[in-house]
Write a protein that binds this ligand. Structure first.
Ligand SMILES: CC(C)(COP(=O)(O)OP(=O)(O)OC[C@H]1O[C@@H](n2cnc3c(N)ncnc32)[C@H](O)[C@@H]1OP(=O)(O)O)[C@@H](O)C(=O)NCCC(=O)NCCS
Length: 333
């Protein structure tokens, strides 16, 4: 019997039109373009300004982009997996709403949250459903409206994050392409260093929590940075070793876009030149669940059938990992 692997067969994206540049941030908090650029690599980020629109708006747009590119009938989709840290509401599921809005009426859906690793973990989940033979078409969306949980008077966080969405279709492959291996990790030590304290069961919303700004992201950047650098580099190196890949075998590193210095440290450890590393952090900042599918979409034309990709992430929790896959299709330049 032919082995079934799970392959990404299409990508789509959406980013809001509004651009928040470093120059504009200079007028909002005590920072400057030179500091942000040299410490993070970020020049600008996109913000969903409409106060009546949530993460689902961007997720629907990204899914519709994918559907338009492929001509896929949404009724053929079995599962819509929604990777997000900023759901429209705590209840009901954002993915369920998105699935209905795009016409995926035969699909079931749910949300998956692992901070900046949500999409990577989602790719692992989608892969397992496909490899098991239970489902044939999984639409995995990574979307976050980070601007809804950022304090724009806090220079430690507001310079980093942006809004966006990306989508991929995961389907069975019988040529041995697609998913090859994964190393996924988590460590609860991270909860202290990157969190939104209030709004959950531990500290429900109150006048006090609003006054104390406990519904915004707080992070100890230095500590997160330290863990992220070693975490992402470790798993990326380990997955190469476990699969006997040298730096010349790896065509592309697809790294989570949190900080250009974290990306460089990972590439360095893997022995990869800059031209093999996908980067768009300068345009979008850290869009959390959307960084990885946005990269795959933006560089789709450069990815060739059979190329070896290492996709790596690090996020709050902490959550991190690496997936090794062989790209499954070519796109016209
Ligand atoms: C947030 C981050 C960019 C800060 O960079 P850093 O090099 O660690 O900077 P530090 O926090 O050590 O601050 C260095 C100095 O710059 C100052 N500073 C901090 N933010 C600043 C800003 N936006 N503009 C100007 N100066 C700033 C600090 O106050 C500090 O000044 P001091 O030396 O006088 O005390 C970096 O720590 C980071 O990227 N961390 C990981 C974040 C991350 O990945 N989060 C998402 C999880 S995936």
């Amino acid at each position: 019997m032919t082995k079934i692997t799970a392959a990404i067969t299409a990508v789509g994206k959406y980013v809001p039109d509004f651009v928040l540049s470093n120059q504009v941030l200079e007028t909002m908090v005590d920072t400057n373009d030179e500091w942000i650029t040299s410490r993070t690599g970020i020049k600008e980020r996109r913000i969903l300004k409409d106060t009546d629109k949530g993460t689902s708006y961007m997720a629907i747009k990204a899914a519709e982009d994918l559907l338009a590119k492929t001509g896929l009938d949404p009724k053929e989709i079995d599962l819509v997996l929604m990777a997000t840290t900023t759901p429209d509401m705590p209840v009901a599921s954002t993915g369920v709403y998105v699935a209905t809005q795009i016409g995926a009426t035969n699909a079931f859906s749910y949300d998956l949250q692992a901070a900046c690793s949500s999409f990577l973990y989602g790719l692992s989940t989608a892969t397992s459903y496909i490899e098991s033979g239970r489902y044939k078409k999984v639409l995995l969306i990574g979307a976050d409206k980070m601007s809804s949980i950022i304090d724009y008077t806090d220079r430690a966080t507001c310079i980093i994050f942006g809004d966006g969405a990306g989508a991929v279709l995961v389907e069975p492959n019988t040529e041995g392409l697609g998913f090859q291996d994964e190393i996924l990790k988590s460590d609860g030590v991270g909860r202290e260093f990157l969190k939104i304290e209030a709004g959950g069961s531990l500290l429900p919303p109150s006048e006090e929590t609003v006054k104390n700004k406990q519904h915004f992201v707080h992070q100890d950047g230095k500590t997160v940075f330290k863990y992220a650098v070693s975490g992402m580099a470790d798993v990326s190196e380990q997955i190469m070793q476990r699969n006997n890949l040298t730096h010349s075998d790896v065509n592309w590193l697809v790294p989570h876009q949190a900080n250009k210095r974290i990306i460089d440290a990972t590439a360095n450890r893997m022995g990869l030149n800059e031209d093999k590393v996908l980067v768009n952090i300068h345009k979008y900042g850290n869009t959390t669940s959307a960084t990885l599918p946005l990269l795959l979409n933006d560089f789709e034309k450069d990815l060739k059938k059979g190329d070896n990709l290492i996709i790596a992430s690090f996020g709050g929790g902490f959550t991190w990992g690496a997936i090794y896959l062989k790209w499954a299709y070519n796109t016209e330049k």
